[in-house]
Design a protein around this ligand. Structure first.
Ligand code: KIV
Length: 294
């Protein structure tokens, strides 16, 4: 059984014989327990929280407090899961503007996520973020990098688009990945890049790459919980594979509940609390049909 620690994950390269890493996002205690029961290696409390849970159109609307709040829920869910196998590593996503101003602020915000229950933080961007990455690593907080499509730059890059399709941009991405690995990042997420570019990065660095829309040659894969379970209906990027249709199953269940209530089929006797015969009698209810001794 793999032990989900940062040092163990740092050396999980497929080329060294490791199994691909499995990461999913989770935002609450039940999601975390399900991910743990499924045996994932890492849980990312992603800033996709903004889009899949809180109803925003992009990830820019969540704060450090939001991510800390949900990281706490995930950590408590894992702690109370009763599952014997090693817990997945919890990675808290540093949201937009939590590491863009000063190094000091970046370190303090990373510490907030650690105190909320994460064992590591993730942040987006390449060389530009180097001083922040170095300072956070220096504070003994493990950092996961994130390159390619970085959704916090949605306005700067003009939308959620595949990145590094051109020669120079591909080489730039490889350079950035090397810089992140040298700065101490223990893993790097590659989002929405051509598979050949993801392969170049994976070959170029000694830390694992974790792909999302980056082809099959990364050292691991990540999907958003709501996407892979089919909870979200309106957004479906090409790289998502749905393993369930829980969104439509939920609508079906809610419709069945509504129909049962309206037809007075819910609640049934077994779903109802009853007074004892004695108490019913003292209330003058005995025999009225409003109470029974069951
Ligand atoms: O916030 C998130 O969920 C992410 C994943 C898409 C990698 O960054």
């Amino acid at each position: 059984m793999r032990t989900q620690t940062v040092p163990a994950i740092r050396v999980s390269k497929v080329r060294s014989g490791s199994d691909p890493l499995v990461m999913v996002t989770a935002y609450d205690a039940p999601g975390a327990r399900q991910a743990h029961a499924a045996g994932v290696d890492l849980i990312l409390v992603g800033d996709t929280l903004a889009m899949v849970v809180l109803g925003y159109d992009d990830t820019l609307q969540v704060s450090v407090d939001d991510i800390a709040h949900h990281t706490g829920a995930v950590a408590r869910g894992l702690a109370s899961s009763g599952i014997e196998s090693p817990r997945p590593l919890v990675v808290g996503d540093l949201p937009w503007m939590s590491y863009h101003t000063t190094v000091d602020e970046a370190v303090r915000n990373a510490a907030t996520l650690i105190r909320a229950g994460a064992q590591a933080v993730k942040l987006e961007g390449g060389r530009k973020r180097l001083p922040m990455i170095e300072a956070i690593v220096d504070a003994e907080i493990p950092v996961m990098g994130h390159l390619g499509l970085t959704p916090q730059s949605v306005h700067a890059v003009g939308g959620f688009k595949v990145q590094a399709r051109q020669h120079d941009a591909a080489l730039e991405l490889v350079r950035d990945a090397k810089v992140l690995a040298a700065a101490g990042c223990f893993a790097i997420v590659l989002e929405a890049v051509p598979d050949a570019v993801a392969r170049m990065v994976t070959d170029a660095v000694d830390v694992p790459t974790i792909g999302i829309g980056a082809g099959g040659d990364c050292d691991g894969q990540v999907l958003v919980y709501h996407d892979l379970l089919g909870i979200e209906q309106h957004i479906r990027p090409r790289f998502v594979r749905r393993y369930a249709e829980l969104g439509s199953a939920a609508v079906g269940a809610l419709q069945a509940f509504a129909a049962d209530v309206r037809a007075r089929r819910f609640p049934a006797d077994a779903e109802t609390y009853h007074l004892s015969a004695d108490v019913a009698e003292t209330l003058s209810l005995y025999g009225s049909g409003a109470a029974s001794s069951k």
